[in-house]
Design a protein around this ligand. Structure first.
Ligand code: GLN
Length: 492
């Protein structure tokens, strides 16, 4: 567990006891955000005026009959591809640099109704495409554990704000691991819900059959509390399911890991897995054994195709979703065009960065009539097999445990010239998005160079409560107490 002073639990308790106020908590988060942003570049917008106004409203006495609110005064940071009325939503792209959505995403409405205070919008890879945050048009985010290294991506800004103790929780989005991967590289918890668990209304689309708003927290309990608030059916998103949302946080303390069956797909622990990551994840498996869980071998025979399948389906969907950015409806429009088609072309050329262009080209290629069957259709077929692998494996166990990332955080610039090497850092995470199942990344140790390492648990559709319970049992037994050097010194 991380420093308890920064958890929702302790903030709420201190506010309730009158030891601090919502306004003081908000001011502290804003001060930390401003102070650290020169170093981390984690925020694209810090909303001091809006956040303090909101804090003051929340400090006013509640009306009689008001329902108790779960997140009163909890400062929260939001990835810049999620719409918050009045704030920017650049998605890390020049094409939307000046876009201010006129409405709140459903997740934002729900967080606000629960009393959370949004302190700003976080930096991310352009349109959530990336694994290192180096694809942002507004410069990379830096990892609080080592500012020469990447925080992971694409939700790296949100991960860094939680790791740096600016906020206890933050929202990111996942299409292929963009919350679990940076959570792991930044030493925090990241949870990706079942597809259809959380509304995508107001989340700027990347790969619509894969996208889910996802949550970062310092602790499992905090991530569970936030997911409980944002989850559930939304009439604005027809892909949300009408499945009851359990009280995740309340269920944490039941049963622990005793008697649980944890599946380990050994075949995935092979080439490319860093030795220290392997050792640390093996120790986590032993920790579960000590907690009374039964460890079973499982197989995911088609998982080896996941990167290929993911980068076909995600780019195909992206090429269709990004067609809307044409200089007519939103954002940037070129100043130098004589004809309509020249306006489209120049707008998109000026507005999109290299990775987004690469994905649009790949996506239109795999969807083109001559190649559709060979690539897109085949990828959809293999996607079905990958999902079936998970259903079969999860029929034999309660959760599957794997590393979250093959290596700890890499250096800025290390993979920017080699997109394939970059794509490979998603090897453990993108399978869950393809299968639509939930996953949680949990920090489990430090490398010899002081960088965080994490494992992930993957579970059955709608089975987030089981994942939270198992992750919480581990966290209680093996608390991850290390703090990034950047903030450890300033706090002591
Ligand atoms: N790294 C993956 C990609 O670049 C995942 C992105 C995401 O989950 N948003 O597509």
């Amino acid at each position: 567990m991380n420093n308890p002073d920064h958890t929702i639990e302790s903030l709420s308790l201190r506010i309730a006891r009158g030891e601090t106020t919502v306004r003081a908590v908000t001011d502290a988060a804003l001060d930390a955000a401003e102070k650290l942003n020169d170093t981390l570049n984690a925020f694209l917008q810090i909303d001091r005026a809006g956040a303090t106004r909101r804090a003051d409203e929340l400090s006013a006495p509640q009306s009689v009959g008001d329902a108790p609110r779960a997140l009163v005064g909890v400062p929260i940071a939001v990835k810049d591809n999620i719409c918050v009325r009045g704030l920017q939503a650049s998605c890390g792209s020049r094409i939307l640099a000046n876009y201010h959505p006129p409405y709140d995403a459903t997740v934002i409405e729900r967080l606000s109704a629960a009393g959370a205070v949004i302190i700003g919008k976080t930096n991310c890879d352009e349109f959530a495409m990336g694994s290192s945050n180096e694809n942002s048009a507004f410069g990379p985010v830096r990892n609080p554990w080592d500012t020469a290294r990447v925080p992971g991506g694409s939700s790296g800004g949100s991960a860094a704000t939680v790791a740096a103790r600016i906020v206890p929780v933050a929202l990111g989005s996942e299409t292929g691991g963009s919350v679990r991967q940076p959570a792991s590289l930044c030493g925090i918890v990241g949870v990706k819900p079942t597809y259809g668990r959380v509304s995508r209304y107001g989340l700027v689309a990347f790969g619509s059959s894969l996208d889910q708003v996802s949550v970062f927290g310092l602790t499992v309990r905090d991530a569970a509390a936030v997911l409980g608030v944002i989850a559930g059916r939304d009439p604005h998103d027809a892909t949300t399911a009408d499945v009851p949302v359990p009280d995740y946080a309340a269920e944490l303390d039941t049963e622990g890991a005793r008697g649980a069956r944890i599946g380990v797909p050994r075949a995935l622990f092979g080439d490319g897995l860093d030795d220290e990551v392997r050792r640390s994840v093996e120790q986590s498996i032993e920790a579960y054994r000590d907690l009374g869980a039964e460890i079973v071998d499982v197989e995911l025979p088609h998982a080896k195709y996941s990167i290929a399948v993911y980068y076909i389906i995600a780019t195909a969907e992206a090429s269709a979703n990004l067609a809307r950015f044409d200089g007519v409806r939103y954002g940037h429009r070129t100043e130098e065009a004589r004809t309509l088609s020249e306006m489209y072309r120049r707008t998109r050329d000026e507005g999109f960065g290299a990775e987004v262009k690469r994905r649009i080209m790949l996506g239109t290629y795999v969807l083109s009539s001559g190649y559709y069957d060979a690539y897109y259709r085949k990828a959809q077929q293999v996607r079905t097999l990958i999902k079936k692998d998970f259903l079969d494996a999860l029929a034999q166990c309660d959760a599957i445990l794997t590393p979250t990332t093959p290596t700890p955080a890499f250096l800025l610039g290390e993979k920017t010239d080699d997109p394939l090497a970059m794509y490979l850092s998603d090897i453990y995470t993108c399978t869950a998005n393809l299968a639509g199942i939930p996953g949680i990344a949990v920090p489990c140790g430090l490398s010899s160079t002081g960088l965080p390492i994490g494992f992930q648990l993957l579970g059955r559709h709608w089975g987030e409560a089981t994942l939270f319970r198992l992750a919480h049992a581990y966290e209680r037994a093996q608390p991850f107490t290390a703090r990034p050097p950047l903030i450890a010194t300033s706090e002591d």
